[in-house]
Design a protein around this ligand. Sequence first.
Ligand code: NAD
Length: 300
Amino acid sequence: MNIGFIGIGNMGSLMCKNLLKSECRPRVTVYDKVLCNVEAICQLGAVKAETPREVAQNSEFIITMLPESSNMKEVVLGKNGVVEAIKPGHIIVDMGTGSPTVIREIGQILAEKKAFILDAPVSGGVGKAATGELSIMASGDKATFDKCHEIFTILGKEIFHISTEVGTGHTVKIINNLVQGVNLAAICEAMVLAVKAGLDPAMFLDILNKSSGESYASRIKVPGFIFKREFSTGFKAKLQHKDMDLATTLAKELKVPVAMGNLAKEYYMAAMAAGKGDMDASVIVTLLEDITGVTVKPTP
Ligand code: NAD
């Protein structure tokens, strides 16, 4: 099996590693605009491509794991892009999170080449990417989904084919991330308040996680990032903002009020303004810590 992989960042590098060590031993051709990301994965057996076009020349399946839809457009439709070399019957699987509208536009252009596209965004963060247990929410042609199923089982655990209409996966994912971003903002506020009120943060979190305040953010983000004071990997604040912006834009188009989402989104903009956009989204807690003069850290 020949798989191409474009976008070897926090998530892509972990997903590539799982492909490389999978039983079917695929040939994995990789491209990223940051050379050191490519070189690190090539040391584990991937093959370096100089352009997205070269990835397409060598791969019947092309996975993209890029930050934004604009990057996706550039990689697929730009100079030396995938579309210049993609062959009939070959498949692009966009596993990043992006705009439902843009993925449909790209799908229409690929259809002229008799190639296929699925949007198959993932959830579960770097933890589940590392263990190959992502949730995958795919949409697009069912026969195309079936052809990709073996790859999905290497990368994920919960695998959904949610619709034959391209873009539905992205719609589900951006709404999911609207909720996640609100929850993360709420738990950051709560943790700072708890510490300011004199509570031991570990004790408070333990009770919250066994009570009705529990969420993915409280279970994973607080112990995994905030308590460790480690924000260098994970899900970047600027990507959290991007997803919430896609969701709130969709809500505006559909005339649906999403007050909480719009408010919480501003925390991630504030992180970007503070030069912390490339850090894990939970870094917003540090903005509140700066204002209140406390640090959310368990007592040793
Ligand atoms: P990242 O920023 O760590 O990695 C993105 C990679 O894409 C980088 O290596 C970058 O150099 C590369 N890239 C950007 N533009 C490019 C271009 N034009 N050509 C080639 N390479 C390019 O991001 P990530 O955390 O790995 O996330 C990737 C996607 O997955 C995003 O859409 C994100 O929203 C989504 N996602 C992330 C997580 C997470 O926890 N990190 C979870 C689920 C989904």
